[in-house]
Ligand binder design. Structure first.
Ligand SMILES: [Zn+2]
Length: 352
């Protein structure tokens, strides 16, 4: 045996032993995902209000292509490699997907009014739910009522990337566009929301926390379920690597959250996430700067608003959905009067 072969066999043996380590032992280092997520609008507003005002500088960041939402092509990794991926320092893991080429924006200033509804749990809240958990839940029958109403009013569901492409390049949107967003990657998004959307020919954008789908927590979708969502035409984007506030964090922490999300997406879904929904709505100017620098194109807040602006793509506005949002209330919100009220909300809440 040559020396080269001996070295090769030693390396192969070491890799095999590493892969045979019990995943349960590795997972003990992972953060236990919360069962529910705190959403505290008042604090979110306070954080946002304390930020420096955005400059009027047009996009200098890399901009999206007009390429439609990429279909995943990479071979999904094994469970064991996923666990290893989640624990390795991100700088040591090589992405496997081919980066999407990023176009040059045409330099036009564009604004567009697109309501982006924000959902969390699509299920009946458990009987012991506290007020926060209850307030984040929309039961499936009410959700179905929302979808029927949205269609009856003539709205057409589009993706966040559709909005971004319109803002950057002027790609056309339908006459009455609307975006349905779902935060946290709950299992009920797969079991309850997906069938109700697909049977109506509608789409949604789902923000997943990239360490949770392989955590074994049954409250969250698995990567297999998420891949089925993608195949069904749903858009999947990032809700960071862990569900912790990004505001006031170090550069190293933020780069880890941004890159970790990218690497896991590329490994599991075969494409690069380009949109961040800030966990719990917390963000500051450093978050925007670093996520932009890491290749993200836009960020979604949890604050009420309507007017999306390509001078400020890391502050896209949403509309919070809750169990008291009955059909009549949603119909008003999506009326001319309601949308005008929403457009005013983002200015009076002191976020600009
Ligand atoms: Zn969240």
């Amino acid at each position: 045996m040559t020396l080269l072969k001996l070295v090769y066999r030693l390396v192969a043996c070491a890799v095999f032993l590493a892969a045979c380590v019990d995943p349960a032992l590795l997972e003990t280092e992972m953060i236990d995902p919360p069962v529910f997520v705190l959403q505290i609008p008042e604090r979110e507003d306070a954080v946002a209000a304390a930020e420096p005002r955005p400059t009027a500088t047009p996009f200098a960041a890399p901009r999206p292509t007009a390429t439609p939402f990429a279909t995943p092509t990479a071979t999904p990794g094994s469970t064991r490699s996923r666990i290893l991926l989640g624990l390795l320092p991100v700088g040591r893991v090589r992405p496997t997907a081919t980066p999407v080429p990023q176009p040059t924006p045409d330099g036009e200033h564009r604004q567009v009014s697109v309501p982006m509804l924000m959902y969390h749990y699509i299920e009946e809240p458990p009987s012991n739910a506290d007020s926060i958990r209850f307030g984040l839940s929309v039961p499936p029958d009410l959700f179905a009522t929302h979808l029927d109403l949205i269609q009856d009013l003539g709205f057409e569901t589009i993706s966040v990337r559709d909005v971004i492409n319109h803002l950057a390049l002027g790609t056309p949107l339908p006459p009455k566009p609307i975006v349905l967003t779902f935060d946290d990657g709950y299992a009920n998004h797969f079991t309850n929301a997906l069938p109700l959307l697909t049977e109506r020919g509608m789409i949604g954008t789902f923000f997943v926390i990239s360490e949770f789908p392989h955590s074994g927590n049954p409250s969250y979708m698995t990567w297999d379920q998420i891949r089925q969502m993608v195949r069904a035409g749903m858009e999947i984007e990032s809700h960071a690597r862990l569900h912790e506030s990004l505001a006031g964090r170090s550069e190293a922490y933020l780069r880890n959250q941004a890159r970790g999300g990218i690497l896991t997406f590329e490994q599991e879904l075969g494409y690069t996430p380009r949109v961040i929904a800030y966990p719990m709505g917390f963000y500051d100017q450093r978050v925007i700067d670093i996520f932009r620098d890491e290749g993200y194109w836009a960020g979604l807040t949890t604050q009420n608003g309507l007017l999306q602006d390509n001078r400020d793509p890391f502050r896209m506005w949403r509309i919070r959905m809750h169990p008291d949002m009955e059909a009549r209330e949603l119909e008003w919100l999506l009326s001319e009067e309601g949308l005008a009220w929403l457009a005013g909300q983002q200015w009076v809440s002191g976020n600009r």
